[in-house]
Design a protein around this ligand. Structure first.
Ligand code: NAP
Ligand code: G4F
Length: 345
């Protein structure tokens, strides 16, 4: 039986990866940060099957301990300050966790078990101001946020430890992937949550930033499978994981509302653009410049051919199916919230 250590286990990807590895018979260890209120996040439902270790990416001693306790054969580094917008507000913390944190973990592996296989959660944000469309493993990088810059360091240090110390270390350059477990500050979940609240009449309007921005969106469940596949090969390498489809934020909004049964109509342009509920005439989407970013990544579109050929990776969940699942999940959650508040009143 293999042992796996997952950093960022309480996050979206950590939860789907834990489910996948448990289903394959792994002993799953997860590092968790100490909080004032114990919170297992997205792995609450499987917490009894996971061995938790308190550690932090900024504390190498805790990572060495985690390696010793877990005796990990495979290490998946999913921990990060993962919200791009926050990286302008906390550039130093973002670098400490997303950049130096990777070196801390690679050193912990080198010191305790250099035979352990390592996965680094790299990102399409590294392509930033894209130098070609679509983006693949050889596309030059041009990060556009402190998050992207820090992740680029993590990407290169992973490659460097592979080449310097012969570690089995891989970077997955994953494009945006979402799910019912996505944090509500990310645009997709913000939209599906708001669409459900507007449907139930407990929110009036959804305020967004740049709706022209284009992303290549897949489902997290498909993407964690690619992480595992990367660590099962003969030789370590880096792979782009994407759907090869791109859509604007505006298109995401339209489809999400469609799954709540609301038909949207757009009026106006730029910051005066509004989305109107055709059946009521009410404004339910508007632009708020506070959500614009100091520098934007305008378009992401990934080419996953290398992963499809070598890893035999294939995505199973279509874009439409993903949006539908997210909306249905949020409709259920909001309905429960409404029922509870009615009972309490
Ligand atoms: P997420 O839901 O935000 O999860 C991030 C995890 O990192 C959480 O468990 C968080 O723990 C943990 N964490 C943050 N700071 C930490 C620290 N100092 N020490 C230890 N743990 C820490 O992110 P995700 O969407 O699952 O993404 C997983 C990884 O893939 C991240 O590295 C992200 O940057 C990268 N990535 C994501 C996407 C995407 O579209 N989802 C695309 C490409 C790359 P708490 O619960 O304590 O906050
Ligand atoms: O959902 P987002 O915040 O995701 P973003 O910035 O693309 O980053 C995500 O994907 C990366 C992979 O490319 C990961 F590395 C990273 O960890 C994270 O998971 O924003 C998507 C787009 C942006 O262009 C943003 O400007 O949506 C635009 N947007 C428009 N209005 C908004 C909003 N984003 C957010 N979060 N909130 C808005 O109101």
């Amino acid at each position: 039986m293999k042992n796996a250590l997952i950093t960022g286990i309480t996050g979206q990807d950590g939860s789907y990866l834990s489910e996948l590895l448990l289903s394959k018979g792994y002993n799953v260890y997860g590092i968790m940060r100490r909080k004032s209120v114990v919170d297992f996040g997205n792995v609450e439902h499987i917490k009894d099957k996971i061995n938790f270790i308190y550690a932090d990416m900024t504390d190498i001693v805790s990572l060495v301990n985690a390696m010793k306790i877990s005796k990990a054969d495979e290490v998946y580094n999913l921990a990060a300050q993962s919200f791009v917008a926050t990286s302008w507000e906390q550039p130093v913390a973002t670098a400490e966790i997303n950049a130096l944190g990777v070196t801390n973990l690679l050193e912990a592996i080198k010191i305790t078990n250099p035979n352990a296989r390592f996965y680094q959660a790299s990102t399409s944000e590294m392509f930033g101001l894209v130098q070609e469309i679509p983006q693949c493993e050889t596309t030059p990088f041009y990060p556009r946020s402190p998050y992207g810059v820090a992740k680029l360091y993590g990407h290169w240090i992973t490659k460097n430890y592979r080449e310097s110390y012969n570690l089995y270390a891989c970077s997955g350059i994953l494009f945006n992937h979402e799910s019912e477990r996505r944090g509500k500050e990310f645009v997709t979940r913000k939209i599906t949550d708001a669409a459900a609240r507007i449907k139930f009449g407990i929110q009036d309007c959804l305020e967004l930033g740049n709706m022209d921005s284009k992303r290549d969106w897949g489902h997290s469940k498909d993407y964690v499978n690619a992480m595992w596949l990367m660590l099962q090969q003969e030789t370590p390498d880096d792979y782009v994981i994407a759907t090869n489809e791109t859509r604007t934020v505006r298109e995401f909004v339209e489809i999400a509302f469609k799954y709540t049964g609301i038909d949207l109509e757009w009026k106006g342009k730029e910051i005066d653009e509004i989305g109107i509920d055709k059946s009521t005439g009410k404004t339910i989407v508007k632009v708020n410049p506070k959500f614009f970013r100091p520098a934007e990544v305008d378009i992401l579109l990934g080419n996953p051919q290398k992963a499809e050929k070598i890893l035999k990776w294939k995505r199973e969940i279509s874009f439409d199916e993903m949006v539908k699942r997210m909306v249905e999940n949020d409709l259920t959650l909001v309905e429960q919230e409404v029922r509870i508040s009615e009972l309490n009143n």
